[in-house]
Design a binder for this molecule. Sequence first.
Ligand code: 2HA
Ligand code: ZN
Length: 271
Amino acid sequence: MSILDSKFVKELSAVTALMYDKGWDERNGGNITVRIDAAEVENHLDTNNVLRVLPLAFDASKLAGEYFLVTGSGKYFKNVIDAPAENLGVIRVSSDGRSLDLLWGLENGAVPTSELPSHFMCHIARLAVDPEHRVVMHSHATHLLAMTFSHSLDERDFTRTLWQMCTECLVVFPDGVSIVPWLIPGTLEIGEATSAKMSANRLVIWPQHGIYGAGRDLDETFGLIETAEKAAEVYTYVQAQGGVRQTISDEDLQALADAFGVVAVPGYLNV
Ligand code: 2HA
Ligand code: ZN
């Protein structure tokens, strides 16, 4: 079956279109990497046919031999659905973790996302705590981005506000959100800071820039960012309506966590 008909290319094409439509990924904003099983890749590609070898600026040996579907550097989410082979690529990390084999896509000399160091470091961090982890997703989700200008950047405060804005939030991300300092995108430094947070939280905010999410598949990871973004949108309306008059009590949030069998970040609820 053609790789264009593969589940992984179809799903990534659909989700990039959706994220563009939501206004989260203007121009070349956002990037996504998906870890794919070798057996699934082999259904669609000759894995001995390496199209190009791309250097890697850091040691990714912990991901040696892993296959990823990635968005391309400078590519626009809005264009993926009509031209997947120009905007996406399938890569394999070399055995020494110092280069990538391109097996499909990234046509016309394109290269993987400029945020590949951050993505790979986050994959390593998440795989260490969840062997089923597969997806890292970065987006400029509008209301979350706006909140980083007006809200405290204390992780507990920020998480508590999001949990209070929609009842489902605590159930969807009981691990909360973490926040790195403002840093230059695309650098090893921002990758190290983001991945250090990723061991404990699947959502990491980049102030005045956007958000990183991690999960086991595209639906789950998109849903995670979507839920946090919805809470940030509600927060925006609440602020515009004059601010909070009543909210969900910490006792009720604890009862919610108990009812759904999730554990809130220790110390985040005053109970
Ligand atoms: O891919 O979003 O953070 C463009 C970006 C960089
Ligand atoms: Zn970005």
